[in-house]
Design a binder for this molecule. Structure first.
Ligand code: DDH
Length: 286
């Protein structure tokens, strides 16, 4: 079986507005699932490598081992499982389209910007196409310079610049870290189901200290109620990153606009159908 034949693509007449409504219903049952959906979309897309044009949301390979068992993806079964009834209800949509659409819908439902989204991703049929482990960022590389360099290595590999990196990490305004999944513990903001520029404001407005505990190094505010990962703090310690932290802390509209663009780009990295369409548009093959 050739690669082409082994793939499945969203067929014909999926009513994507109806799929959106079904995703919203899932979020209405438990709004803590929205941040997990956003993270599922990010982790399925963020495995992209520009040089080899591999990884990314196309294929929805996180359904398979080894990718679903990578440490970075711990806990994402919550979002995958929550979306399973939607897939059952609309069997023609691919998982790859469903997961990325759910990311966009989650952002919107939490009060964030509208993220442009289009269908066309295919589903792989086995784990053979899984990207290698290690393509998603670690939250800590031991030193400030090592951590800053790591963030750039990971996101430049996907094709992002410093401004886009800071905008994307603004997603940590929502959701929690979970001791049982990542070893970290707590939310970044006091409104973890509201998409806003609050991550940037909290980063700049608090005095952050290392939490004294026997878990991994992380930072907490004076109340100990909200937290930052070393990679989040690094955005304020690096001069280039900090510029954008300050811009977004002062201007939520600008953050929303830049996040929506960067997130759409993230969700479309490496999608073969979109790449072919872009080539045709350039006229080389017509
Ligand atoms: Fe993240 N993230 N993330 N993150 N992330 C975690 C949770 C969530 C890093 C590490 C962690 C992005 C970037 C980074 C979300 C969205 C995004 C957790 C906790 C860790 C650890 C997981 C757990 O315990 O359940 C690191 C490191 C980076 C980095 O850039 C260096 C980006 C770019 C996004 C995005 O969406 C664009 C969301 C949402 C969550 C909350 C999930 C939940 O279940 O709640």
């Amino acid at each position: 079986v050739s690669c082409k034949e082994a793939e499945t693509t969203s067929k014909g007449s999926v009513n994507y507005d109806k799929v959106r409504e079904a995703i919203v219903k899932v979020i209405e049952v438990d709004d803590n699932i929205a941040p997990a959906m956003l993270r599922l979309a990010w982790h399925s897309s963020g495995s992209y490598d520009k040089k080899t044009n591999t990884g990314g949301s196309d294929g929805a390979t996180m359904r398979f081992s080894p990718e679903k068992d990578y440490a970075a993806n711990a806990g994402l079964f919550r979002a995958r499982d929550a979306l399973e009834p939607v897939k059952k209800q609309f069997p023609e949509i691919t998982y790859a389209d469903l997961w990325t659409l759910a990311g966009a819908v989650a952002v919107e439902e939490m009060g964030g910007p509208k993220v442009a989204w289009r269908p066309g991703r295919r589903d792989a049929v086995s784990g053979q196409e899984c990207p290698p482990d290690g393509r998603l960022p670690d939250a800590d590389k031991g030193t400030l310079s090592g951590t800053v360099q790591h963030i750039r290595d990971i996101f430049y590999r996907m094709g992002f610049n410093d401004q886009e990196i800071v905008a994307l990490v603004g997603a940590h305004a929502v959701g929690h870290t979970h001791k049982q999944f990542s070893g970290y513990d707590g939310p970044w903001t006091r409104a973890p189901t509201t998409f806003s520029n609050e991550l940037f404001r909290e980063l700049l407005e608090n005095k952050w200290t290392l939490r004294k505990w026997n878990g991994p190094d992380m930072f907490e505010d004076p109340t100990g109620e909200i937290i930052m990962l070393p990679t989040d703090m690094a955005l304020t310690w690096d001069k280039e990153f900090r510029k954008y932290v300050e811009t977004y802390a002062a201007d939520q509209d600008r953050f929303f606009e830049d996040f929506a663009k960067a997130f759409q780009k993230l969700e479309e990295l490496g999608v073969k159908a979109f790449q072919e369409e872009a080539k045709k548009k350039r006229g080389w093959f017509s």
